[in-house]
Design a protein around this ligand. Sequence first.
Ligand code: ADP
Ligand code: MG
Length: 272
Amino acid sequence: MRGETGVGKTALLDDLIAHADGYRVVRCAGAEAERDLTFAALHALVFPLLPDSAGLDPQARDTINTAFTGTAGAAPHAMALGIAVLDLLTLVSAATPLLLAVDDGQWLDAPSAQVLAFTARRLSGTAVRVAIAARAEVPSPLDGAGLPELVLPPLAEEPAARLLDAQRAGLNPYRRNLILKAAAGNPLALIELARSGTPGDGTVALPRRLEQVYGARLRTGPAVSQARTGRVTAQTWNARPRPQATSDQIGQKCCSGVKNHHTSTCTTLSTA
Ligand SMILES: Nc1ncnc2c1ncn2[C@@H]1O[C@H](COP(=O)(O)OP(=O)(O)O)[C@@H](O)[C@H]1O
Ligand SMILES: [Mg+2]
């Protein structure tokens, strides 16, 4: 699942997990600080499963242990490790279906991303499901991994307006409209802008959290003067690149029911 910052990737993963009835869920998030730590992310996913791996082939177990401890010699080949992890996931999921939910995939260490993608491409016939969320605007070690992708679009007009009204009722129509245009359906922007209000001079104040995210992009765009002052007009915000997919396209791609998520609320996911 790809989407720009604030579009709702983490919320959608939360929703997926909340609806993963009957699944054992292992969740992890890539961490920027661990991007250079080989197999750090894989460790977070696999370690919780090891206590239930009694029937695992000893060679596969050695391969996994070697990857994490390095004690038995050189790091295993990515493919050998991928096969060992696949064996482990298949074994564990035979008892209870398994969902691996990975947030902030853009920060995964590259060796973990390689093994995870290798494994994820070979899950047919198993009771294992993998969902990975990653920022669209940041290069990711999963780029080109050959996994099916959903691009999470911004909220449509009506749910965006509902979210804004739920955050801050009673805004005067001019400011309400300004925020809706400026946020362009980004839930985080809607929430932050509703909190910060508008100064009433045809601009909206760009909150610090969003200035960190969008500031660099806006400074390189046509909106230099507005961005430098920490304000952005609806026109300049809207000038940034937008995700291409529609909610319907997402629904079709994810046959397991993401459909209409972004035209309604966060509660339409199921793992059926
Ligand atoms: N469909 C939605 N409806 C209402 N609020 C949402 C929706 N999607 C996201 N949010 C809210 O917007 C904020 C940003 O969402 P988040 O999932 O953290 O974005 P991302 O992980 O893509 O950066 C959070 O406060 C989240 O609860
Ligand atoms: Mg997130």
